[in-house]
Ligand binder design. Structure first.
Ligand code: A3P
Length: 854
C-alpha cells in the first residue's frame, strides 16, 4: 500500500488562486446590450467558415459548439472565395445567424470587396458579429490591414496573459487574474488598433523568444516585455460591424472560455452560457475493493476534510456514496476500520443503494431475484443506520440501464423508489459530447461524464499518461472542459480512488479551485432527484429515448443479457402506407418457407406499431423483441409490417437508429383511391364522422371544419403525399435499401410482384407463387391456395382469401371527389414522378396515366 498520503501540490500554485480563494466578481450581462428587436432570432445559430472541415481548429470550434449544444452551419471557404456563400447569406439565410466565426482571420481579411460588402451589410442589417482566429501560417503579419486602421504582428511568443478588466466581453472569464509565465501556443499574433473602435479583450507581454528570424519588424516595434493585445474587440464604431480577433487558436485553454464569451457578446446574449454548473460526484462501490487497496480510517478522515473544503467552492457539496453490503469488512484489519469509519461518518455523506452482491441485473434469473438482492442491501443499510433517501441508484458496469433491462427498472422502483439513475452509455460512450439523458419507466436517466478515475486508477504514476496528464486534464484540459461545457456533470469515482494516493480528492479539489480561480462559473451540488428535474427542465426534448441496436456497439453488447439476441430484430419492414394492399403482401410473404413474421400483437391486433406509436415505443427494446420468434433458423428472414410507419413523423429516425441496415418495402397505389379506401374502412368501423359525411365532404373539409372532420381528412389524404414521405425515409436510408411495390400490380399480378420482392430481399430460395396464389372471381382478388391431405392420402386444394375487411365492396368514387383529388394530388404526383426519375426507378402505370391525363 502506498505511503504517500498528503495532497500533492499543483505544478503552479498560482493556478489555484491560493491567495484570494477565487472570489466571484460581477459579470457582464450580454443580453442587456443595446440592440434592436431584429437581433433576436427564434432559432439562433452560428455560421462557421472553415478552410476544410478537417483542420484542427475547425474541428475544435465545431466540437465546442456541439458540446454546448449551439446550432451551427459549416461553410467551407473555397465556396466563399468563389463568391457562393455570401449571396446565400442574404437570401435563404436571412437573419438566421447570430454570429459568424472565421476559422482563419486571413480568409476574412482577404475577402474581395464585393463579398466584404455583402457580409458587412448582412452583419449590420442583422446585428451579427464576427469572430476570427489568426493562424500561425497566416501571411498577414507586420502590416496594416487593408481597409482597417489596424496593424497585425505575428509569430510572437507571449508571457503573463490576463483578460482586460475594462472589457465587456468577459463573462465566464475572470478579468483580475494574470496567467504567469510563457503562454501555450508557439506563434501568436497581436493587434494594434489605431481607432477608438478597438479595445483590448486580453493583454499579455512579449516573450523573450521570437521564433521567426525574418520577423524583424515585431522586435523593432515591441520591446521584449512590452504590453501587447492578443485578443481585440472592434466595437463597430468604425464601420458598424462588431468583431473579435483572436491572436491564436485554442492551445491556450483560456481561449475556450473567451470564445464562449465572444459568441455571447457578439450575438447580444443569444448564444449565451449560463454561469451555474452542477456537479455530482458519485463514489460507487464504497465497500468493494480487494485487500490492500481499500480505504483506511485515515483516508475516510481525509475524505471528510476534503468534502468540507469543497463546500467552500461548490455550494451544497456532498460525496454521493453507493454501497454493496456484501463487501463490507472484506479487507485487512486496518481497512475494516476504514469501513467502520465510513459508517461512523455516515451522516456526513449522501448514500445510494446498489445491488447487495454487485451483480449485473441480467445475471439474475428473474425480477424477484433482482429484488431479493436489493432488499438484502436495504437490510444492510437499516442494520448500519445508513439513510438512503435520495431516490438514486446506479448499476454495476452500467448494465441494464442502457441497453435497458426492464426488470432492473421495475426492481429499482419497487425496492428503493428509485427515480433517477445515470449512465455514460446513452446513446453511446463516445463521443462524450453527444451523451444525453432520457426517461424510461418513470426513471430519469442522467448522462454521466468521465473524470478518468476508474477502479484501477489508484496511484499518480499509474494514471494513464502519469501525473502530467492528470494535471493537464484538470488545469484547462478534459476535466475542466467537461465542467465548462456541461450544465450538469455527474462523475463516477470508486473507493480505490479515495484510498491509496487519494487521486479523487486531489482531482476534485484541484479542479474546483482552478475553476473558481479563473472563471465566474458558480459550482453547485444538488441531490440527484433535484438535479434530474433541473436537467430535464433544461432539455425537455430529451425525455423520449431513441433505442439503438446493442449489437452495433461493442460496449453495449458486453452489458446486454446473453439471453437477448439481435437475431430477433427484423431484416426487413413493410412500412405501408395503410390501404395499399399491405395485408395481402404480409400474408404472401409469410407463406414463404424462409420468411418469418412477427407474432401478432395483443394490443394492436396484428401490427406491432412500435416506431410510430409513442405509447409502444416508450415500452422499449425488450418489448419490441418479444414480438419476434426466439429461435430463427440461419438463412431465414424476419420481418414485421406496420402500415402506419410510412407517414409517421418519428418513424424514419427511430427505425434507422435501431435498424440501420434493414430493408424497407412500401406500396404505392393511386393516392385518391387509397384515400377512398381509408374512408370506406372508417365507415365499416362505424366511425361517426365517416358515417355522417360523404367522401366529398371529407376531402373538401376546410381548416375551419370540426376537428373530427379535419382529422379524418388528414388520414385520408396525407399518406398519399408519397414523394414527401419517401424523401423523409431517404434522409436516413440509401435507395438500395428501399423497394417500391406498385399497388395496382400487387392486385392484378401478385405472382410477378412476389418474384421481384424475393429478388430484392435476396431470399435463399426463390419460390414460384403461381402455385400458391389463385384469382378468386367471387372475391375479385388473388387468394392463397391451401393444400390439404384427405383421408386417402391424396392432396386437395382449398382457397383462403383475406377477410371481409380487405377487398371490400363499395360504389365507385363520385365525380366531384375524383376531380378534386386529381387537382389536389397533381403537384405531389409530379414530385413523385421527379423523385422516381432521380432515383432511377420506373413509374407505376397509374402515375404515368394520371400525369398524362392532366
Ligand atoms: P379495399 O378493401 O378498399 O379494396 P391494407 O391491407 O393495406 O389495409 O389494404 C387493403 C387493400 O388491399 C384493399 O382495399 C384491397 O384493394 C387491396 N388488396 C390488394 N390485394 C389484395 C388481395 N389479394 N386481397 C384483398 N385485398 C387486396
Amino acid at each position: 500500500m502506498s505511503t504517500q498520503r498528503s495532497l500533492p501540490t499543483p505544478a503552479t500554485p498560482d493556478l489555484l488562486c491560493t491567495s484570494d480563494r477565487g472570489h466571484h466578481q460581477a459579470t457582464n450581462d450580454h443580453s442587456s446590450q443595446q440592440g434592436s428587436s431584429k437581433v433576436h432570432k427564434t432559432d439562433p445559430r452560428a455560421l462557421v467558415v472553415v478552410e476544410t472541415s478537417y483542420t484542427r481548429l475547425a474541428q475544435t470550434v465545431v466540437t465546442m459548439l456541439e458540446s454546448v449544444r449551439y446550432k451551427h452551419r459549416l461553410q467551407v471557404t473555397s465556396l466563399v472565395s468563389e463568391g457562393k456563400v455570401l449571396p446565400s447569406l442574404t437570401r435563404a439565410d436571412r437573419g438566421r445567424f447570430a454570429v459568424i466565426v472565421f476559422e482563419r482571420l486571413e480568409t476574412y481579411l482577404g475577402l474581395d470587396s464585393w463579398n466584404r460588402q455583402l457580409l458587412d451589410k448582412y452583419c449590420r442589417d442583422y446585428e451579427v458579429g464576427i469572430v476570427a482566429f489568426a493562424q500561425p501560417d497566416d501571411m498577414l503579419y507586420d502590416a496594416q490591414v487593408k481597409d482597417f486602421p489596424l496593424f497585425i504582428h505575428s509569430k510572437l511568443s507571449l508571457t503573463d496573459y490576463s483578460v482586460s478588466s475594462e472589457t465587456q466581453v468577459a463573462r465566464i472569464a475572470r478579468t483580475d487574474k494574470t496567467f504567469s509565465g510563457r503562454i501555450p501556443g508557439s506563434s501568436w499574433t497581436v493587434f494594434v488598433g489605431n481607432h477608438s473602435t478597438y479595445q483590448a479583450v486580453a493583454r499579455a507581454r512579449l516573450g523573450h523568444s521570437v521564433p521567426n528570424d525574418n520577423n524583424k519588424l515585431s522586435t523593432e516595434i515591441f520591446q521584449v516585455d512590452s504590453e501587447v493585445t492578443p485578443v481585440l474587440l472592434d466595437r463597430g464604431l468604425y464601420d458598424g460591424v462588431r468583431r473579435i480577433y483572436f491572436g491564436s487558436g485554442f492551445e491556450f485553454w483560456l481561449h475556450r472560455v473567451l470564445f464562449f464569451d465572444a459568441l455571447s457578446f457578439l450575438s447580444h446574449g443569444q448564444l449565451i452560457q449560463m454561469l451555474d454548473r452542477f456537479i455530482l460526484v458519485d463514489v460507487d462501490d464504497i465497500f468493494v475493493g480487494r485487500t490492500g487497496v481499500r480505504m483506511t480510517e485515515e483516508d475516510v478522515k481525509a475524505m471528510v476534510e476534503t468534502q468540507t473544503q469543497l463546500q467552500n467552492y461548490v455550494e451544497g457539496f456532498h460525496f454521493n456514496l453507493g454501497f454493496s453490503g456484501k463487501f463490507f469488512h472484506h479487507g485487512s484489519e486496518q481497512e475494516n476500520e476504514g469501513d467502520d469509519a465510513l459508517i461512523a461518518n455516515r451522516d456526513q455523506f449522501w448514500w445510494f443503494g446498489h445491488s447487495y452482491s454487485h451483480t449485473k441485473a441480467h445475471h439474475f434469473s428473474s425480477l424477484s431475484a433482482i429484488m431479493d438482492d436489493m432488499l438484502h442491501n436495504q437490510d444492510f443499510a437499516h442494520l448500519h443506520g445508513i439513510s438512503v433517501n435520495n431516490s438514486y441508484a446506479v448499476a454495476p458496469h452500467h448494465a441494464g440501464v442502457y441497453p435497458v433491462h426492464s426488470e432492473l427498472y421495475k426492481a429499482w422502483r419497487q425496492v428503493w423508489g428509485v427515480q433517477v439513475t445515470s449512465t455514460e452509455e446513452y446513446p453511446h460512450l463516445r463521443p462524450a459530447r453527444y451523451r444525453r439523458g432520457f426517461i424510461h419507466d418513470g426513471i430519469m436517466v442522467l448522462p454521466r461524464q468521465t473524470c478518468m478515475l476508474f477502479t484501477h486508477t489508484m496511484f499518480f504514476d499509474k494514471f494513464p499518461g502519469g501525473r502530467q496528464r492528470l494535471d493537464h486534464s484538470i488545469y484547462g484540459g478534459e476535466l475542466f472542459q467537461t465542467i465548462l461545457y456541461n450544465r450538469v456533470s455527474v462523475f463516477m469515482t470508486h473507493m480505490t480512488n479515495f484510498g491509496n494516493d487519494r487521486l479523487a480528492l486531489y482531482t476534485f479539489e484541484s479542479v474546483v479551485k482552478f475553476i473558481s480561480c479563473w472563471t465566474n462559473l458558480k459550482l453547485k451540488t444538488r441531490p440527484p432527484l433535484e438535479l434530474a428535474n433541473y436537467y430535464f427542465q433544461l432539455y425537455p426534448d430529451e425525455t423520449d429515448p431513441v433505442w439503438s441496436n446493442p449489437c452495433d456497439d461493442r460496449r453495449h453488447l458486453e452489458i446486454w443479457s446473453e439471453k437477448k439476441s439481435c437475431n430477433r430484430l427484423p431484416d426487413f419492414l413493410v412500412i405501408g402506407p395503410q390501404k395499399t394492399g399491405t395485408t395481402a403482401l404480409y400474408t404472401f410473404l409469410a407463406m414463404h418457407p424462409s420468411i418469418l413474421s412477427n407474432r401478432l400483437s395483443e394490443t394492436t391486433f396484428e401490427e406491432v406499431q412500435f416506431f410510430n406509436s409513442n405509447d409502444n415505443y416508450v415500452r422499449g427494446l425488450d418489448w419490441y423483441l418479444d414480438h419476434f420468434p426466439a429461435a430463427v433458423l440461419n438463412g431465414s428472414l424476419l420481418f414485421e409490417k406496420s402500415a402506419a410507419y410510412f407517414n409517421s413523423e418519428p418513424a424514419p429516425s427511430r427505425v434507422s437508429a435501431l435498424l440501420p441496415r434493414v430493408k424497407l418495402i412500401c406500396i404505392l397505389l393511386h393516392p385518391a383511391q387509397r384515400a377512398y379506401s381509408w374512408y370506406q374502412h372508417m365507415r365499416s368501423h362505424n366511425d361517426r364522422t365517416a358515417l355522417s359525411h360523404s367522401f366529398f365532404d371529407v376531402v373538401n373539409a376546410s381548416s375551419q371544419a370540426p376537428k373530427s372532420l379535419r382529422e379524418l381528412r388528414r388520414h385520408c389524404v396525407n399518406p398519399g403525399l408519397y414523394a414527401h414521405h419517401l424523401q423523409r425515409w431517404l434522409d436516413y436510408y440509401d435507395i438500395s435499401q428501399l423497394y417500391i411495390v406498385d399497388g395496382e400490380m400487387l392486385r392484378s399480378n401478385p405472382v410477378a410482384t412476389m418474384h421481384q420482392v424475393q429478388k430484392f430481399l435476396g431470399v435463399q430460395t426463390v419460390i414460384d407463387y403461381s402455385q400458391l396464389l389463385r384469382y378468386n372471381p367471387r372475391k375479385g382478388f388473388y387468394c392463397q391456395v391451401l393444400q390439404q391431405h384427405s383421408n386417402t392420402n391424396s392432396r386437395t386444394n382449398s382457397i383462403k382469401c383475406l377477410g371481409s375487411g380487405k377487398g371490400r365492396n363499395y360504389p365507385p368514387m363520385d365525380g366531384k371527389s375524383t376531380t378534386l383529388l386529381k387537382s389536389f394530388y397533381r403537384k405531389p404526383n409530379i414530385m413523385l414522378s421527379e423523385l422516381l426519375a432521380k432515383l432511377g426507378l420506373g413509374e407505376p402505370d397509374w402515375l404515368r396515366q394520371e400525369l398524362t391525363d392532366s
